[in-house]
Structures are given as C-alpha cells and as structure tokens.
Design a protein around this ligand. Structure first.
Ligand SMILES: [Ca+2]
Ligand SMILES: [Ca+2]
Ligand SMILES: [Ca+2]
Ligand SMILES: [Ca+2]
Length: 560
C-alpha cells in the first residue's frame, strides 16, 4: 500500500492544477497542460487538419441481431465468428491500417506513409518543413488501393534511401496471399515495387494475412532482415526473411527455428534483449500465443517464452521495447485487453522488466500500466524530457464496453510507477484507436505522436513541451559506406552521460502495432544543457565516443 500513497497524492495535485487551469477568468493565461515534477509543462495539440492530413475512416454498422434475440447490440461484433469469411473480413477491417515514418526525399524532414485500408489508396505525406504536409502518394508510386495492413520503413538495400515494406491482405474485395509490397526508394522521389522479385510478397501460402513487420540485422552481416507477423487461424504466416545482400530475401523461418505452431501474430520486434548484440525475435500475439525467441548467433533461435517469464499475455496486440527502469537493459511492454467486464479476455497489458540472465519480471499492475482498455499501438518514449521513458498507448474495439476510452499517456515517475496524464496534457484521443507512432515532425526536439483509427480521423498530436528542464538530444546513425553495420545503425546502443544522468537508448524497429517510428536515439536531458559523452556501441562491437556535445540538437554520428 505504501507504494501507492505518493501516486494518490500526485493524482490529487494534478486534479487541482487542472481545476485551476480550467478556471480561467481571462486576466492571465494559465499555463497549458500537465506540470511535471521538474516544472516543465507537457501539452499536446491535434494539428492534423492544419498540417494537411485529412483522412477519415468509418466502419460498417454492426449487423442487426437475429430476430427475437436478446442481449446487447454490440454482442455480434464483439466476438465475430472468425471462420465466417464475411465476419472475418469485418473484424480484420477494424484491425488494419498502420503508418510509418521515413525521410523519403532526404531533405531532413520526416515524412509519413499512411496505409489507406478501406479509405482509398495508401498515402505518402511529404513534410514541407513549415508544419504542413503535401500528399504525394501518386507521384511517388505508392498510391495503391488494397486491403492494406501495416507498414515499416528502413533502408533494406543500404543505398542511403529509406524503403518501405507494406503488409496487405489482397486486392479490394478479395483477400488472398501474395500481396505484400516492398517499395524500393529510387532516390528521385519515386518508389519501385519489388516484393515479388525480392521474395517478401508472401507470408502465408494459403490466406490473405499479414500485420506488423519489423526490420533488424539478425545475423549481424550488415544488411537488414525482416520479421513479418500473421494472425489468421491456420495461416502460419509468421515469417523471418534473411537479406541476401543482392536485393532478395530468403524465407528462413523453419531453418532458424522460428516455429509457427499457430502464432496469432500482431506486433513483431527485433531487439537485443540479452546484450550479445544479436537481436531477439519478439512477437506480441493474440490468444496467448506471444513468443520470445532468443537469437543463438548462429542463424538459429531458441523459443524461451515460458523460460524467460514472458508467457502470460492473453491477447498480445501491440508492443514496444525500451529501458523503462534505466538499468541499461531493454524491457518489453505488450498491450492486451484489460477485461474488467468478466468476458474472459485476460488481465491487461504486460510490462516485462529485464532482470538480466534471460529472465523478466512482469510488473504492469504494480507499475500502474496494466489497464489500457482494449489495447493496440504503444511506444516507449521520453515525452517530457526528464530522461525517463514514458508510455503512450491507444485502445478501443467495436464493443460498447471498450468504446470511448482515452489513449493513455503514462509518465514514468522514476520509482517503478507511471501516472496517466493524458487528460491534463490534452492528449484528447478517445476514438477507437489502432496504430500509433512518434517522430519529431516539426524539428523542435520533442517527440510528436500520430495515431490511426479504423473508425475516425487520423490525428497528429504536436508535442508542445516547454520549460527550463526540457533539454534534449536526438541522435541518428549514418552507416553509409561502413561495411558490416546495418543501415540506420539498427541494433546500436547509444549511451549519453550528462551531469548525473546516464541514459541508454537503442536504434530499433518495433512494430508498435502496424507502425514504425523515427529511427533515432532520443534523449530527454532535464536541466542538463551539455552532454559530457555520447557513446555509440555499434552492432559489430566497435565503439564511437564524442565528448562535450551541446544539447538541443539533432546529431548524426558515423562509425569510426
Ligand atoms: Ca522529407
Ligand atoms: Ca542481415
Ligand atoms: Ca519521461
Ligand atoms: Ca516536435
């Protein structure tokens, strides 16, 4: 109980601050947002419309209950009969529609690819650098209308131009296998679709399936490999593709020991959880089938879900890895369903804190991050620049009980607990959520948040963080010309020392759900305006150190 007292006291303080803010008598403009313990004000504004991103989706109405049937109207859509093709199509429609961040034209401004799902073709929003975006999907050659699902961005062929992998369930009206896209960036503002030739168009051989995809260098040979998930029952669509270095991939799933024995996969992630630089394969998956595969470093993986203590997620949907407790080891946070209605859907999100030695301690309830409604996309990112990783989470489903719940904005309090400040910080997202990603679209140093909905409008929340203790550093890695190190430095660990702070971040591509964020190491530095040391540990074992670096800048570091 003592653990909770400070949190309750804090919640009271927050509500008093909120009351003072709303009681505006017009004489003074009250500070906007949530005041963090260091005195920073954290506030968000939905700027999608003014930024030029207008994309609204609408789900078909729920089917009428059978004549004479009793019960709640939401019941038929709550648990659809997934073996019925029409009901399956409706359910997956509500689960598709991701987005990915990339600077496709290398002008230094991060652009946004958004999967159209049922709302027209896929879009590519070019960032104009002035707070607005222009939709250039058709010119760029990516404006495909299809049963689009997720997206991941990375430079798979190492030419310095970021490419896109897009999962697809097929062409409009007809789900069928073989329709994933690999868009190779030609470097002239256009993309070339090469998934078939490259060997990554098909995951399930029998069904239109495919949700998240994630890039990472699983064999540490310097090129990016690809992990894709499949969710449909019997699809066996969870696949690992190894990059052959010649523009093609090989499906090595079975040889690598990634046994798909019915994984209902949603959110894949390739991240080094064990400290040997080889990334593990993490899959957040539905119906208790999430998996933790340890990379043996010889091309094979060993499934250690139960042995590692990561086996108690009932309905794994989204996922993110970050160092939530600041001990230098990556932890794994998985979203799921918090079933407070006795429906038998599980006990919510899981926070697997890495204890080293290959084991994790599940602590979502004690940390206060287990109840995220019907959870989907999530990311671990420092939103208030105090040096500690916070959690954003979006949620919702077609059942009445899971409609209208706010997205969560859980601030890391540094004592093993988090507190939800979404309301005071004006992250006003209470529509049915799905995809979520973060990037600094306006280049002011703080991480902004984009959210996709299957039943509402696309939102871009600008982070309006202000205060004296909101210093930051953003580090991108450039490995162009560095043999044996993956593009973007994916898999690298970046450590910043500033005053009393020592902060570890990783360059990692996780499908938060169907989405991928900017591939930077982002540091909040509190009141520190100078960084004593930036240390990059590259995945090949080499180290680059920079001393006395100014805070409040975006830095690009190359090996050597
Ligand atoms: Ca750009
Ligand atoms: Ca590789
Ligand atoms: Ca924080
Ligand atoms: Ca920003």
């Amino acid at each position: 109980m003592t653990l909770w007292r400070p949190i309750l006291a804090l919640a009271l303080t927050v509500s008093l601050v909120a009351a003072a803010c709303s009681d505006d008598d017009g004489d003074t403009a009250p500070a906007r947002g949530w005041e963090d313990p260091a005195g920073n004000m954290l506030a968000f504004s939905n700027v999608a419309a003014t930024a030029g991103i207008e994309l609204v989706r609408e789900l078909p109405p729920p089917p009428a209950p059978p004549e004479g049937a009793e019960g709640t109207p939401s019941e038929p859509q709550g648990m659809p009969d997934l073996m019925d093709p029409a009901e399956n199509a409706k359910a997956t429609l509500a689960m598709r529609g991701g987005a990915a961040v990339l600077d496709y034209d290398r002008d230094g401004w991060l652009d946004l690819f958004v999967v159209g799902a049922d709302s027209g073709p896929d879009r590519l929003y070019r960032n104009n650098g002035d707070g607005t975006f222009s939709e250039v999907g058709a010119q760029a050659g990516v404006a495909l209308e299809h049963l689009g699902s997720g997206a991941a961005a990375a430079d798979f062929d190492g030419d310095g131009w970021t490419d896109l992998h897009v999962t697809s369930h097929g062409m409009p009206g007809l789900a069928s296998p073989g329709h994933h896209r690999l868009y190779r960036n030609r470097g002239d503002g256009t993309f070339e679709e090469i998934a078939g030739r490259a060997g990554v168009a098909t995951t399930s051989s029998t069904m239109g399936d495919g949700f998240g995809s994630a890039f990472g260098d699983v064999d540490l040979d310097g090129d990016l490999d690809l992990l894709v998930t499949g969710w449909q029952e019997g699809s066996l669509g969870n696949r690992l593709f190894v990059n052959n270095g010649d523009g093609t991939f090989s499906d090595v799933t079975e040889a690598a020991g990634i046994t798909d024995d019915g994984i209902r996969g949603f959110a894949p992630c390739l991240a080094d959880m064990t400290g040997d630089r080889y990334p593990e394969a993490l899959i957040a998956a539905d119906f208790g089938t999430s998996r933790y595969f340890v990379n043996n470093g010889d091309g094979t993986f060993t499934e250690r879900t139960a042995a590692s203590g990561t086996d108690d997620t009932w309905a794994g949907m989204g996922g993110t890895v970050a160092d939530f407790d600041g001990d230098g080891w990556l932890d794994w946070y998985v979203t799921a369903i918090f079933d407070e209605h006795g429906l038998g859907y599980g006990d919510g999100n899981k926070l697997y804190v890495n204890r080293g030695g290959g084991t994790f301690e599940e602590s979502a309830a004690s940390a206060g991050v287990d109840d995220g409604g019907w959870g989907w996309g999530t990311a671990g990112v420092d939103l208030n620049h105090d040096g500690m990783v916070d959690i954003i989470e979006t949620n919702g489903w077609m059942r009445e009980e899971y409609q209208g719940e706010r997205a969560k904005l859980w601030i890391n309090m540094g004592d093993g607990t988090f507190t939800d400040v979404a309301t005071t910080a004006e992250l006003t997202y209470d529509i049915q959520g799905l995809g979520l990603l973060h990037f600094d679209y306006d280049g002011d140093g703080d991480q902004d948040v984009a959210l996709t909905s299957p039943a509402g409008d696309f939102r871009l929340y600008r982070n309006d963080l202000s205060g004296e203790a909101a210093n930051w550093l953003r580090v991108f890695l450039d490995t162009t010309g560095a043999d044996g190190i993956a593009p973007h430095g994916l898999g690298s660990r970046v450590t910043v020392s500033a005053g009393d702070l020592e902060i570890h971040r990783w360059i990692v591509s996780c499908a938060h759900y169907l989405t991928s964020s900017e591939l930077s190491a982002h540091f909040g530095l509190g009141s520190e305006d100078t960084v004593d040391e930036v240390r990059v540990e590259w995945p090949d074992g080499s180290v680059t150190i920079m001393s006395d670096v100014d805070a409040n800048q975006t830095l690009t570091v190359s090996p050597g």
